[in-house]
Design a protein around this ligand. Structure first.
Ligand SMILES: O=C[C@H](O)COP(=O)(O)O
Length: 250
């Protein structure tokens, strides 16, 4: 039985007061259960507060990024050890905004994955094609390469720390969602690719989340697909009501 996961990626939104408000609404309106893992990923400045605020709940806290080094002269960066020291056990790596805006390469992401695993952290590894890739029918190749270069070097026994998030770039923050069939098609492809690399048992266990304009109105039909194990939610995770409605949809 695979994990069902709904993770809210707040991106660069919410100052402390706004974060407090959102966290308390989530806390007061989600009692856990249903076999769903609920995760919030605030900005670095709100991580410690989020961990403390959610301590008595089943809601988990993730970081949106981290540096691949242990410590040192890397101005503005945050290490895995720093994250774990404030209670963070999960990190999102390879988000398309990190790849596109901050030029994070597959090779760099492989190092970040290693650093996270070394610190016993779980990784939500993002992959996904741009619109041109899909139009030129190159989307499967793009996703396969991202996985091969960024993730597939890990040892077999590390797979229980991996969640994959498929996020077609053309569907992020655009209001345009991949159809449930498009999501299922790619998720099945990802699972097959993992199976070829690391075996069927691992492929059947790894949770694959969909991200890209998931809203309360479309979550249920996307989550109903066989290989979709939940969602990585951006915009809709900033309103507790919408986020929890998406959680309910699973
Ligand atoms: O990490 C989340 C994704 O980028 C999806 O964002 P979105 O739900 O605002 O499209």
């Amino acid at each position: 039985m695979r994990d069902k996961i709904v993770a809210g990626n707040w991106k660069m939104n919410n100052d402390l007061a706004q974060a407090e408000d959102l966290l308390s609404k989530i806390k007061n309106n989600w009692s856990g259960g249903g076999g769903v893992r609920v995760i919030v990923a605030p900005s670095f400045t709100n991580l410690y507060h989020a961990f403390e605020s959610l301590r008595e709940t089943s809601v988990e806290v993730a970081a949106q990024n981290m540096n691949e080094n242990e410590s040192g002269a890397f101005t503005g960066e945050v290490s895995a050890q720093m994250l774990t020291s404030v209670g963070v056990k999960t990190v999102i790596l390879g988000h398309s905004e990190r790849r596109a805006i901050y030029k994070e390469t597959d090779e760099l992401l492989a190092k970040k994955v290693d650093a996270a695993l070394k610190n016993n952290m779980e990784v939500i590894f993002c992959c996904g094609e741009e619109l041109n890739d899909r139009k030129s029918k190159n989307h499967f190749n793009v996703v396969k390469t991202q996985l091969e270069k960024g993730l597939f070097h890990i040892p077999t026994n590390a797979w229980d720390k991996i969640v994959i998030a498929y996020e077609p770039v053309w569907a992020i923050g655009t209001g345009e969602t991949a159809s449930p069939e498009q999501a299922q098609e790619m998720h099945a492809f990802i699972r097959k690719t993992v199976s070829e690399k690391s075996g069927e048992e691992i492929a059947n266990q790894v949770a694959i989340l969909y991200g890209g304009s998931v809203k309360p109105g479309n979550a249920e039909e996307i989550f109903a697909k066989e290989d979709v194990d939940g969602g990585l939610i951006g915009g809709a995770s900033l309103k507790a009501e919408d986020f929890l409605s998406i959680v309910q949809a699973i």
